[in-house]
Design a protein around this ligand. Structure first.
Ligand code: ADP
Ligand code: ADP
Length: 226
């Protein structure tokens, strides 16, 4: 079960800046939560705290019924997809996708099976030997997604994963993400500036401003007002 509970979560950066203030949210298993809000309002910081990449200054984060504030990123059963893809340039597509499995000491044969399954889903089978610089933007994006799904995590965090793609690819990938959500039965938290993405993918939308949650509502209630 991958419900999440964010209780009074705050982030104060070492320079004293309060980036996130008393963030409270109960996320149900298999929800698709969208974070929206102006640049600098604390969306990435919140994702990074959930992933364990940024320390939580105060408050509690539960995944299922487990308090995870002090759990290492690799032990959180969470995968994150970044806007800039964050692929390792010197590694092949295969090695990029297998990296997280290797880190967790998954046996080699099992790694290969998982990478090939993910490559099939994402239509990357012909590209496994290439380096990232020999890929198009859309292909890189799919590798970043592949690296996340090979581990079959219960929770996916995606920080504007489609914002570097052209309009046509963005529509295609949006459809792919909806499919992946269904197929994996994962809980997803997704940051976007794109209202169409928010409306078509989201089960609920969290509106942030200046580090504060301003509103939590369904896409319909939020965007369908006259
Ligand atoms: P968003 O993802 O909504 O654009 P961020 O979470 O990236 O916002 O940033 C929230 C605020 O925290 C911004 O004002 C940003 O400049 C600030 N911030 C981010 N990282 C740091 C840091 N390491 N030290 C100090 N301030 C930071
Ligand atoms: P984005 O808006 O795309 O989320 P940012 O430009 O806010 O990215 O941040 C890029 C990197 O710089 C992040 O690692 C963030 O933590 C760091 N950063 C952002 N603002 C500050 C800041 N005021 N002081 C120190 N580091 C910062």
């Amino acid at each position: 079960m991958a419900s999440l509970s964010l209780r009074n979560i705050c982030k104060v950066y070492p320079n004293g800046f309060k980036a996130v203030k008393d963030f409270n949210l109960e996320i149900k298993d298999k929800e698709f939560i969208i974070f929206v809000g102006p640049s600098g309002c604390g969306k990435s910081t919140t994702l990074r705290m959930i992933a364990g990449l940024e320390e939580i200054s105060s408050g509690e984060l539960y995944i299922g019924d487990k308090l995870v504030n002090d759990v290492e990123p690799k032990d959180r059963d969470i995968a994150m997809v970044f806007q800039n893809y964050a692929l390792y340039p010197h590694m092949t597509v295969y090695d990029n996708m297998a990296f997280g499995l290797k880190l967790r000491k998954v046996p080699k044969a099992e790694q290969e099976r998982l990478v090939k399954d993910a490559a099939k889903i994402l239509d990357l089978e012909q590209l496994l030997d290439r380096k990232p610089k020999a890929l198009s933007g859309g292909q890189r994006q799919r590798v970043a997604m592949g690296r996340a799904i090979v581990r079959n995590p219960k929770v996916f965090l995606m920080d504007e994963p489609l914002s570097n793609l052209d309009a046509k690819l963005r529509v295609q990938m949006r459809v792919e993400i909806a499919k992946i959500h269904k197929r994996l039965g994962a809980t997803i938290i997704y940051v976007t500036h794109d209202q169409t993405e928010a409306m078509t993918l989201g089960t609920r939308i969290v509106v942030m401003k200046d580090g504060v949650v301003q509103q939590v509502d369904s896409p319909k209630n939020l965007y369908d007002r006259p």
